[in-house]
Design a binder for this molecule. Structure first.
Ligand code: TRP
Length: 355
């Protein structure tokens, strides 16, 4: 039985300016993966529609996200950078997955519960089916690895559940068409069409929290710009935001364990550790007993050192929207070729007449 070639897929929603959380939690990882894998990096504009953006803004943020992929160092000559809506096969497969997935599975998604809030009946069908489209994003390339933050783990598990059920529901058909590949899970050798995707979640799980409230995730939708570090912030702004970041009155402790009940301190130490590529205990060895005023200054310097080169490149790229558009278009052509190959087989499997 043949095996699938390892392939990486990941996506970011164009719903706002990208911030430090996107960079440390996901994008930085994308850059390293391109050495060992063929990668598909997608601006998921169809997912963004679930929050009803203003059309002009959606276009602007789509270009901005693509510019960010390039600015952090994704090589568009080697890997595909594209916007989701250009590859219609994502939507086509999502529909098929809507017929595989169960309502109960969607009801359990914590992201849906959070986003829909108390008004569940009024949430859009798109928001509810979001994970099904996400599974289609990944599986339309039969991707094997998906780098995401911790918060997306449940969605990846759902993609695995959908793949498993599809493989099982259509197992005979898949076998008779000779489309099964080796999907070994542990000792079980099973044939299936869709792979069991592996989430690649950063080992030092980096959840960057709001600078105003250490219990809330840093988010592009937070009303206060002082809650987040945008990749495009100037050195002045970076310094001001870090100075104003909420802290407590105690100096820094000497071990990570003592950060447990100090979410804001924990967040700032975590950001420092992630940027410097060291663990939190190593950071604390250097700064324990020091007041936040000193630590914040050094943290701001580190942020400037790491982010300003990316910000400058981003600024340069944003002057040239035609170039960004050509990258997205090229990327979509490449992605479509693979997606269409998968869909031809899927249409056969489920029994759609085609050709
Ligand atoms: N849901 C992801 C997020 O909000 C974005 C996303 C959409 C995604 N499709 C994907 C991530 C496929 C990885 C793979 O961050």
């Amino acid at each position: 039985m043949s095996e699938l070639k390892p392939l990486v897929f990941s996506g970011v929603q164009p719903t706002g300016t990208l911030h430090l959380g996107n960079y440390l939690g996901a994008l930085r990882r994308w850059v390293t993966l391109q050495k060992d894998y063929e990668c598909f990096y997608c601006v998921v504009d169809m997912h963004a529609l679930t929050v009803n953006p203003v059309p002009q803004q959606l276009m602007e943020y789509t270009r901005e996200a693509a510019a960010m992929f390039l600015a952090v160092g994704i090589d568009a000559r080697k890997h595909a950078i594209f916007n989701q809506s250009r590859v219609f096969q994502h939507a086509e497969l999502a529909w098929i997955f809507n017929c595989v997935a169960r309502i109960g599975w969607m009801n359990r998604m914590t992201q849906f519960k959070d986003k829909a809030g108390k008004e569940r009946e009024k949430a859009s069908l798109g928001l509810f089916a979001y994970p099904s489209l996400m599974a289609a994003d990944i599986l339309v390339y039969r991707a094997t690895h998906v780098p995401v933050g911790e918060d997306q783990k449940q969605h990846i598990e759902l993609a695995r559940d959908i793949a498993k059920k599809f493989n099982k529901d259509y197992s005979r058909r898949i076998a008779s068409l000779g489309l099964g590949v080796d999907m070994s899970v542990g000792d079980d050798i099973i044939a299936g069409f869709f792979p069991m995707v592996e989430p690649l979640i950063p080992e030092i799980s980096m959840r960057v929290m709001s600078l105003r409230d250490g219990r809330k995730k840093m988010s592009k939708s937070d009303k206060s710009d002082f809650s987040r570090i945008n990749i495009s912030d100037t050195p002045d702004v970076l310094l001001r935001k870090i100075r104003k970041a909420k802290t407590d009155s105690k100096p820094l402790p000497d071990t990570e364990a003592d950060l447990v009940d100090r979410p804001e301190a924990n967040n700032l130490v975590g950001i420092y550790a992630a940027l410097a590529n060291i663990d939190k205990n190593t950071v604390l060895m250097e700064f324990c007993g020091k007041p936040f005023s000193i630590f914040k200054q050094i943290l701001a310097d580190l942020l400037v050192e790491k982010l300003i080169p990316v910000a400058l490149e981003l600024h340069r790229l944003k002057q040239d929207p035609d170039y960004i558009d050509s990258v997205l278009k090229e990327g979509a052509i490449r992605a479509s070729a693979i997606a269409e190959k998968t869909m031809k087989q899927v249409r056969d499997i489920v029994g759609f007449l085609q050709g």
